[in-house]
Write a protein that binds this ligand. Sequence first.
Ligand SMILES: O=C(O)CCC(=O)C(=O)O
Ligand SMILES: [Fe+2]
Length: 204
Amino acid sequence: MEAIAENIAEQLYEKGWCIVDNFLEEGFRKELLEEQQDILHHGQFRMAGVGKGGDFRIQPEIRSDKVCWMDYWQLTPLQRRYWDQIEELKSAINQRCYLGLRSYEAHFAMYPPGSFYLRHLDQFQKVSYRVVSCILYLNDEWSEDDGGALRMYLPQEDGTEEILDVFPKGGRLVIFLSGEIPHEVLMTFKERISITGWMRDIEY
Ligand SMILES: O=C(O)CCC(=O)C(=O)O
Ligand SMILES: [Fe+2]
């Protein structure tokens, strides 16, 4: 894990983003997926919104996923195990990139068939404490026909953008600078499950 964390931190430093396959060991991924499906079937997911505080709105024309926030004080043992992995990664990133990361927040996300999330940045207009976005996919199988790619718009030195489509393959972790890389979730044709989190430069 340590070597992986250092490698991720290095890539984040060099280019602002990084993709790691098999970040989760397969047995662990399956257990987390089952747990998330349980929570989902108990009706604990809500329509996701956009904006913060008084600006919060549910806008299905912008995003149509459902989310369930992870509560640090009520993490299940499996969730804690993932959280600890991310904390370790956060330390490695701090050592390499000096981003002053101090906390982490995360939610489970489920994109039902037909849902999407239009192009956006992960920082709110008035507050910018989300510094590093971390998305982990939990899906059993994924083929290109299932849609649902994460489309990243990578800024190039000449001012243009390069498009990179990343499929939500189980166990894959995507990390990027929240304020610098615009991205969207293309329409999915199959239920799409993930844990999305943000390392922040504020305390809990
Ligand atoms: O699930 C993904 O691939 C990206 C989700 C996302 O962009 C977000 O929740 O802000
Ligand atoms: Fe996002």
